[in-house]
Write a protein that binds this ligand. Structure first.
Ligand SMILES: [Zn+2]
Length: 226
């Protein structure tokens, strides 16, 4: 469940993210059971085709994220990931990988994995699913493998000193290694990682800028804390 919004009468518009992609539906479930229909809740839903939007007929609880709801920082990042999904995977298109990635990421955030690592990892994995993973081992413009000291959010990857141009951000070796690690690591390896605080902060800033370039509407989640 990503979003909930009142309609007229006792109805509500719900936005669900499922293995079949984003589903907008109308709920008439009685108020007594509305506790199940909160954002950040995993439900099993039975939908019936309606005149315009599908109607939620039956619902049962799959899991909640009680830990996230009591921790402002992690709740912020969970809300950010849900909104990233609305931007990145907007349609009702089957995408089991995107659904699994979101569930895994929320589970890991709830389990206490460091939010800054997890969010950066999740963003890079989501961009990979979109076919937009940043190129880090070669210059995106000329293909050079040496002196890759810059990163361009517009070009989507590393730039060599000769191709740097304007607007590129510094990309130190340690930061490039951390980003490359995030791109290929699974969650077990991520949980066992020991990155330096500075490289983690630099990674957040760079990936946050890159995500904002791709999805400007996420600014309210990233501004001042990317
Ligand atoms: Zn180059």
């Amino acid at each position: 469940m990503l979003r909930r919004q009142p309609l007229r009468d006792t109805q509500e518009l719900l936005v669900l993210f499922s293995p079949r992609g984003r589903i907008d539906c109308v709920s008439r479930i009685s108020a007594k059971r509305m506790g199940l229909l909160e954002p950040l809740t995993c439900i099993r839903a039975h939908l019936r085709l309606g005149r315009s939007l599908p109607q939620l007929d039956e619902v049962s609880l799959d899991r909640t994220y009680a830990g996230l709801l009591t921790d402002y920082d992690r709740l912020h990042w969970a809300g950010y990931l849900l909104n990233l999904w609305l931007e990145a995977f907007p349609g009702e298109i089957e995408n089991n990988d995107a659904y699994r990635l979101l569930r895994l990421s929320l589970d890991s955030l709830e389990a206490g994995l460091r939010a800054e690592w997890l969010v950066s990892w999740c963003e890079l994995q989501a961009m990979r699913l979109l076919g937009s993973a940043p190129q880090l081992r070669r210059c995106v413009r000329c293909g050079a493998e040496q002196s890759l000291n810059w990163f361009s959010v517009a070009a989507g990857g590393a730039l060599c000193s000769a191709c740097r141009g304007t607007g590129a951000r510094p990309l130190a070796d340690g930061l490039r290694d951390w980003l490359a690690f995030l791109q290929r690591a699974n969650l077990l390896r991520l949980a066992a990682a020991r990155p330096g605080e500075e490289v983690v902060a630099q990674g957040r800033e760079l990936i946050g800028a890159w995500i904002l370039y791709a999805f400007p509407r996420l600014e309210r989640f990233l501004k001042g804390r990317a």
